[in-house]
Design a protein around this ligand. Structure first.
Ligand code: CA2
Length: 149
């Protein structure tokens, strides 16, 4: 069984640490990747960490996860609130899906208060800045261990 957790981030998250730090914090995406790698290694997992600004690319990666990953951690960014296509691709997965957000979208503008992704997610971690990703990996690892896969 794969011990690879796909950690996927959506549009604009490549800018992390450079804009709106009051909302998203000062950590760069590279910092987040390093933290995720260390957290996963401590739990006996590897991560495949990727970011794209393109919906179709994210969908291709979700489909790839079906073949290669034991779990997916996904910060869909703005696409979480808009993309039925990403939801449809997530629904093809039989592995744990942990939705992850740096901020707490439920405490922000009305349009952020729900995501399509949450309809397919096993669970959601939001509001802890870069730490949300680490917590999401911890949750994904626990779900994989529990499933006995
Ligand atoms: O809190 C999160 O992680 C979000 O997924 C971030 C999305 C937002 O649309 C969601 O509602 C919540 C926005 C990502 C934008 O990323 C930026 C990073 C640095 C500077 C500016 C934008």
């Amino acid at each position: 069984m794969s011990k690879i957790i796909f950690v996927l981030s959506g549009p604009n998250l490549n800018l992390l640490g450079t804009r709106e730090p009051e909302i998203y914090g000062y950590a760069t995406l590279k910092d987040v990747e390093d933290q995720c790698r260390a957290k996963a290694a401590g739990l006996g997992f590897e991560i495949d960490f990727r970011q794209s600004n393109h919906e179709g690319v994210l969908i291709d990666w979700i489909q790839e996860a079906r073949l290669k990953a034991c779990a997916v951690v996904l910060n869909p960014a703005g696409y979480g609130h808009t993309s039925v296509a990403i939801l449809d691709s997530l629904k093809t997965l039989a592995i744990p899906i942990v939705e992850c957000h740096l901020s707490n979208p439920a405490a922000r503008e009305e349009f952020r208060r729900s995501t399509y992704v949450s309809l397919a997610a096993t669970g959601i971690v939001s509001g802890f800045g870069a730490k949300s990703y680490e917590l999401a990996i911890e949750a994904a690892a626990a779900l994989v261990a529990k499933s006995g896969l």
